[in-house]
Design a protein around this ligand. Structure first.
Ligand code: F6P
Length: 352
């Protein structure tokens, strides 16, 4: 068997753990030849495909390594470009790939789905720090990002407390508030603002004013997709050609400026940015990534294609790529963590 593997979209901790598990499982169980495609779909769309044959030694010792040994791209997108799509399929045929394992987020799964529709046998593996892939209750990378943000919030709190400041900390997460919610709770944020709940600036200011009287400092954890009532999300840039061209970012500065006009305390903003995507995966993410990788290899060997491996009710499962493509998984408004946050007095930006 000759199996291709690529990592697409933004990187996240645990990608190498998946590559290792897919390759080792296929090599051990069916002596497969595993071909790494370099730089995500860019490597398969290129006039000469960018590949490297992976042997056992290349996928050993990478479990705990951040990033991806294969490289990735968040711009390479053959969708809506028939000539590029045809070249991608042609390259896969020429390489003699019997299947392609695609590790990526929702944009990557949309491309994987289209390739599957066009006849390429594909198995998807869900990756993203955002935890927003449809049909998957936990994507690897998320736990590591939450740990990083939690650590940052603890550090921000001690300096904020010393200076009696309001500290606004922005997390990634795109249109889903999972990182802000879980890290905000783990890092004892006083205010957590999510894309799913539009915030009332007057109410957030009121909460900070009350804390000015007693605790004298406030930590606000805001997801990059959060927006004020009646307002817009803060867009940092557009990346043309990317499956998801909009890049959010900067809401912490917008919020800090608005709060500053309403408060006596000094307000400071910190945008955590790509630090959340870097570094070594947590033990949880290493285990999840290993399970996903092994599960993907099992699907390949069983000839079950056009599916994505997933975690459902704490168990390995798999779902059709068509049920993943073009869907997002947001924080439901009745999620128990939202209720718990409210009940312990965390402000979620609304007046509930
Ligand atoms: O999807 C992962 C993610 O890190 C988002 O949280 C963030 O909005 C986006 O990617 C940033 O992408 P880029 O690295 O292309 O700026």
């Amino acid at each position: 068997m000759r199996i291709g593997i690529l990592t697409g979209g933004g990187d996240c901790p645990g990608l190498n753990a998946v590559i290792r598990a897919v390759a080792k499982s296929l090599m051990r169980q069916c002596q497969a030849e595993v071909i790494g495609i370099r730089d995500g779909f860019a490597g398969l769309m290129a006039p000469e495909p960018l590949t490297q044959t992976l042997d056992w030694s290349q996928v050993s010792g990478i479990l705990m390594q951040g990033g991806t040994i294969l490289g990735t791209s968040n711009r390479a997108n053959p969708l809506g470009r028939p000539a590029l799509l045809e070249r991608t399929l042609q390259n896969a045929r020429q390489l003699g790939l019997e299947a392609l394992v695609v590790i990526g987020g929702d944009g990557t799964m949309e491309i994987a789905h289209e390739l599957a529709v066009q006849g390429l046998p594909v198995v998807g593996v869900p990756k993203t720090i955002d935890n927003d892939i449809a049909g998957c209750e936990r994507s690897f990378g998320f736990d590591t990002a939450v740990a990083t943000v939690t650590d940052a919030l603890e550090r921000i709190q001690t300096t904020g407390q010393s200076h009696s400041r309001v500290m606004v900390v922005e997390t990634m997460g795109r249109y889903a508030g999972w990182i802000a919610l879980e890290a905000g709770l783990a890092g004892a944020a006083d205010v957590i603002l999510l894309p799913e709940i539009d915030y009332d600036i007057e109410w957030v200011a009121q909460v900070c004013r009350e804390r000015e009287l007693h605790q004298r400092f406030t930590v606000v954890c805001v997801g990059e997709g959060a927006k004020p009532l009646g307002g817009q999300m803060t867009v940092e840039r557009r990346i043309e050609g990317s499956p998801e061209p909009v890049r959010l970012g900067g809401v912490a500065h917008v919020l800090a400026a608005e709060l500053q006009t309403r408060l006596q305390s000094e307000v400071r903003a910190t945008v955590l940015g790509h630090v959340q995507r870097g570094g070594s995966p947590t033990p949880f993410d290493r285990v999840l990534a290993t399970q996903f990788g092994n599960q993907a290899a099992q699907l390949v060997m069983a000839g079950q294609f056009n599916r994505m491996v997933t975690l459902q009710h704490g168990q390995m499962a798999n779902i059709a790529l068509r049920d993943v493509a073009h869907h997002h998984r947001n924080v439901p408004l009745d999620h128990p963590l939202l209720q718990a946050a409210r009940q312990i007095g965390v402000c979620l930006g609304d007046r509930l």
